[in-house]
Design a protein around this ligand. Structure first.
Ligand SMILES: [Zn+2]
Length: 387
C-alpha cells in the first residue's frame, strides 16, 4: 500500500492524501491552504482524477474539505463519504473558501454523498476503512485503511484531551499519519482553558473571541467564566453541534445547552457588547469576524485569538501589530496526547501532518520513528504489516 502526500506535509493547510494498493485508489480529505494562492491553494493532485475510486472527508474545516468544488470541477465523479454533521457544514465552508465560480458550477452532489456514522467500517474495492470519533468536532472522524497486508491510520484532526468531545482510541497500525499541528507544545488543554478564562475575566467590559463555527466554539463556551454573547448567526449551528450528543463527553450536552440558552444574541447593527463575544471564523478571513475584527480594532475593543493564524490573515496581522492577544485553545493534540496516540498505535513509523518543518523537528525526540523529511508531493510506502 502506498500513500501520496497531496497536501499538509511540511505545511499547514490543503490536507489531502491518496491511498493506493495497486488496484484501488482513494482520497482522504481535500483541503485548501489559507494564505496561499494559485496551485499552492489546492492539493498537489496533478493529472486526471478518474482513477480515484472514492473520497472520504474527515470533517468540514476548510483545510480538509475546502477543495471539494475544485475536485469536482476537475471531473471527479465518484462517491463522497462523510458524516451527516460534515455534510451539513460543507456548503457554508465551501461558500467561504472555494473559488466562487467552482462552487456555483459544481454544487455538492447530494446523490453521491455516502453518509456514515463515526465508528462505522466502510469499504472501497479491496480497501477496508475503519472510522472513529475524532474529539475535534461533532461528526469528525479519523480513518484506518487496511488492504489485507498492512494498515495505515490518518488521524486527520483529533483532540485526545478535549473538555467537551469524545475521541475513540486509534487502532494498531503499520504507519501513523498524525495531527502534528502544535508540534511539541507541552501545555495541556485544561491549563489553556484556565488561561483563557482568566484573560476574559480581566476584560469585564467586553471582548471579541474569533472562533471557527464548529469545534473550538464549544471548547470556548465550556471555558468561559461567566455570561457571554454569540453572533446570532452562530446559534443554529451551535445548537446542532450540542445536539450531536454521541460526540460529546458525559454531562457536557446538558451543561453546554444551558450555557447556550443563557448566551445573548448579538447582531452586526448593534454596538459592541459589554460581554465576551464569540464570532466566526477564527482568523478574520470569512464570516462575521471578518467584519468584526477591524471594527473591534478601531474601537479599542480587546481581541483574544485562540487558534491557528495563517500568515497574512487579518488575525495574524493584528496579532503581529500587538493589537490582539493570543492564547491557544487546543483543538489538536498537545505533546502528551500525540505520544500516547503513537504508543497505542504500537509505535509505528509516523508522519506528522499540518505542521511546519521546524515544529516537526521538535517532535522527533519524543516520537523517534517520526519521518520529518516527508513533504507534500512525495510517495510513501506503508511498511508491510506483522499481523
Ligand atoms: Zn479541523
Amino acid at each position: 500500500m502506498m500513500l501520496d502526500l497531496l497536501g499538509g506535509f511540511g505545511e499547514k493547510g490543503r490536507t489531502s492524501l491518496a491511498v493506493n494498493d495497486g488496484g484501488d485508489r482513494i482520497l482522504l480529505d481535500i483541503g485548501i491552504k489559507v494564505g496561499a494562492s494559485g496551485a499552492e491553494y489546492y492539493p498537489a493532485l496533478d493529472g486526471p482524477v478518474d482513477d480515484i475510486d472514492a473520497l472520504f472527508v474527515s470533517h468540514a474545516h476548510e483545510d480538509h474539505i475546502g477543495a471539494l468544488s475544485w475536485l469536482l470541477s476537475r471531473g471527479y465523479a465518484g462517491p463522497i463519504f462523510m458524516t451527516a454533521e460534515t455534510r451539513d457544514e460543507a456548503a457554508p465552508t465551501l461558500a467561504a473558501y472555494a473559488d466562487p465560480g467552482d462552487f456555483r458550477r459544481f454544487p455538492i452532489p447530494d446523490g453521491r454523498i455516502e453518509l456514515f456514522e463515526p465508528g462505522d467500517t466502510l469499504k472501497s474495492g479491496n480497501l477496508t476503512i475503519e472510522t472513529g470519533r475524532s474529539g475535534h468536532v461533532a461528526g469528525g472522524v479519523w480513518f484506518c485503511v487496511d488492504d489485507g497486508k498492512s494498515r495505515a491510520v490518518y488521524t486527520a484532526d483529533v483532540v485526545p484531551d478535549s473538555n467537551v468531545f469524545v475521541m475513540d482510541t486509534i487502532p494498531h497500525c503499520d504507519l501513523l499519519v498524525f495531527d502534528a499541528s502544535y508540534g511539541a507544545d507541552p501545555v495541556p488543554g485544561a491549563a489553556r482553558a484556565r488561561e483563557i478564562s482568566e484573560w476574559v475575566a480581566r476584560h469585564p467590559r467586553g471582548c471579541l473571541l474569533p472562533t471557527p463555527l464548529s469545534g473550538r466554539s464549544l471548547e470556548l463556551i465550556a471555558a468561559l467564566p461567566g455570561p457571554f454573547a454569540i453572533h446570532a448567526g452562530m446559534r443554529p449551528s451551535l445548537a446542532a453541534q450540542i445536539g450531536a450528543t454521541a460526540a460529546l463527553l458525559p454531562g457536557v450536552p446538558e451543561h453546554l445547552r444551558a450555557r447556550l440558552a443563557s448566551a445573548a444574541d448579538w447582531a452586526d447593527a448593534e454596538p459592541l457588547p459589554s460581554l465576551p463575544l464569540l464570532a466566526d471564523d477564527g482568523m478574520g478571513e470569512a464570516g462575521p469576524s471578518s467584519r468584526l475584527l477591524p471594527r473591534a480594532d478601531a474601537a479599542g475593543f480587546p481581541v483574544l485569538l485562540t487558534g491557528h493564524l495563517p500568515a497574512g490573515s487579518p488575525a495574524d496581522l493584528l496579532h503581529r501589530a500587538g493589537r490582539a492577544d493570543w492564547v491557544r485553545m487546543p483543538t489538536h493534540p498537545t505533546l502528551s496526547g500525540n505520544v500516547e496516540i503513537w504508543e497505542k498505535a504500537g509505535r509505528p513509523e509516523a508522519l506528522g501532518h499540518s505542521c511546519a518543518i521546524d515544529l516537526l523537528e521538535g517532535l522527533k525526540s519524543h516520537i523517534p520513528s517520526l519521518r520529518t523529511q516527508c513533504r507534500t508531493g512525495q510517495r510513501i510506502m506503508v511498511p508491510q504489516g506483522s499481523k
